[in-house]
Design a protein around this ligand. Structure first.
Ligand SMILES: Cc1cc2nc3c(=O)[nH]c(=O)nc-3n(C[C@H](O)[C@H](O)[C@H](O)COP(=O)(O)OP(=O)(O)OC[C@H]3O[C@@H](n4cnc5c(N)ncnc54)[C@H](O)[C@@H]3O)c2cc1C
Length: 350
């Protein structure tokens, strides 16, 4: 156990996605000294590319391990977004507009899941409406988190790629980076889809790999929908200012972030079937991001089994934004030896 309540304990966090920034923020709030290293620029990978729906898509399709962490994140997000807005002046545009889930899905399983978790649900014809599902606007959330990390005294070093985690005698000794060696008391890997590659031999059984998702963006004068709409894997996310996001694909293509004409045509065709107003609209942006995929969508959150000052907070696959505050809370509680809100066993690094 490490006491992090004083600034003499120094942390190096690797990666500035939602997980890296949320972890840095939580450590700084406990009084630690934190430096975050980023290969490129802050928050430009999966956490930027995502849709910002704060819920698993069909939550009843997932294990308890996914549900528990996602529900804890969902419960924390409203206050988090408000406090970020107040502290930084940057509004992450948290809004609880709900999500309409269209068939096909298992109605009985869905209703049972909602009843067991106390999640409100309304039956609308053969669809289900989940009024408590919220969304955030990812780039704004990341800007706000970045601003708060800096306000709290954190240091962010961009264009600094970690090349190797160098260990000696059961501890990490330093990080070899493109800007030279960095050392600290403790090291936290939050490098998303790159976490396993970065860790090399130290990854052990942490099984994290990239899965590409492509998104399309449209612009209307006013939101064309009052809430998120989901059918199978296809979702439409209306933003306050009339932007509409359409996602997404799930592609096993390694570390390739290019977009494809096939995905664009498929997303457009399926989205237009749900929202005919898209028929003559131009796609104003098309992008791809790499989700940090893990078996069962269960992230690894915790200490390395052999290297006592190395931690991992990664592998959140499809729900890293949703889970980020809960996941950061869990890791910081573990580091600090504080009581946990959830059973940490399923997320351990074994
Ligand atoms: C299309 C799409 C839609 C999504 N929709 C949602 C959604 O609606 N809701 C939801 O909750 N989740 C969603 N997700 C999933 C979510 O975006 C991810 O789970 C989450 O962003 C992962 O965050 P991360 O911080 O682990 O990774 P990232 O955001 O990828 O951050 C990792 C960071 O580490 C840096 N890095 C990597 N290697 C190194 C190195 N060697 N040295 C230094 N820095 C390094 C990278 O440059 C990057 O900045 C979506 C993802 C995609 C792609």
């Amino acid at each position: 156990m490490v006491k992090i309540m004083d600034r003499s304990h120094q942390f190096l966090v690797i990666g500035t996605g939602a997980l890296g920034l949320a972890t840095a923020q939580a450590l700084l709030q406990q009084g630690a000294a934190v430096t975050v290293l980023e290969r490129g620029f802050v928050g430009r990978e999966a956490s930027w590319a995502g849709g910002g729906i704060l819920s698993p898509l069909c939550p009843w399709d997932y294990s308890d391990e996914v549900s528990r962490l996602a529900l804890r994140g969902m419960a924390m997000f409203g206050d988090l977004a408000e406090s970020l807005h107040l502290a930084t002046g940057i509004d992450p545009e948290y809004q609880r507009g709900g999500m309409l889930v269209l068939p096909p899905f298992d109605v009985r399983a869905a209703l049972a899941w909602c009843a067991a978790r106390g999640m409100r649900v309304e039956q609308r014809g053969d669809a289900l409406f989940l009024p408590d599902v919220a969304q955030v606007r990812n780039p704004r959330l990341l800007q706000a988190l970045r601003a708060q990390v800096v306000q709290l005294g954190g240091r962010i070093v961009e264009q600094c790629e970690v090349k190797q985690v160098v260990a000696q005698a059961g501890r990490v000794k330093h990080l070899a980076t493109t800007l030279g060696n960095f050392s600290a008391d403790s090291y936290i890997v939050t490098a998303g889809a790159w976490s396993k590659v970065l860790l090399g031999e130290h990854a052990l059984h942490a099984d994290i790999k990239p899965v590409r998702g492509q998104m399309l963006l449209f612009k209307f004068d006013a939101p064309p929908l009052p809430h998120v709409v989901l059918r199978n894997d296809l979702y439409l996310i209306p933003r306050r200012d009339g932007h509409l996001l359409v996602g997404s694909t799930r592609e096993d293509v390694g570390f390739d972030t290019s977009t494809t004409d096939e995905a664009r045509a498929m997303l457009l065709q399926r989205a237009t079937a749900l929202l005919p107003a898209l028929q003559n609209r131009n796609v104003i942006k098309h992008w791809a991001g790499l989700r940090p995929a893990s078996p069962g969508n269960i992230p690894t959150i915790g200490r390395h089994p052999h290297l006592q000052n190395l931690y991992l907070n990664s592998g959140h696959f499809r729900y890293g934004v949703t889970m980020s505050p809960a996941s950061a809370e869990m890791l910081v509680n573990e580091i600090d030896g504080a009581p946990q809100m959830l059973d940490v066993t399923p997320y351990r690094w074994t």
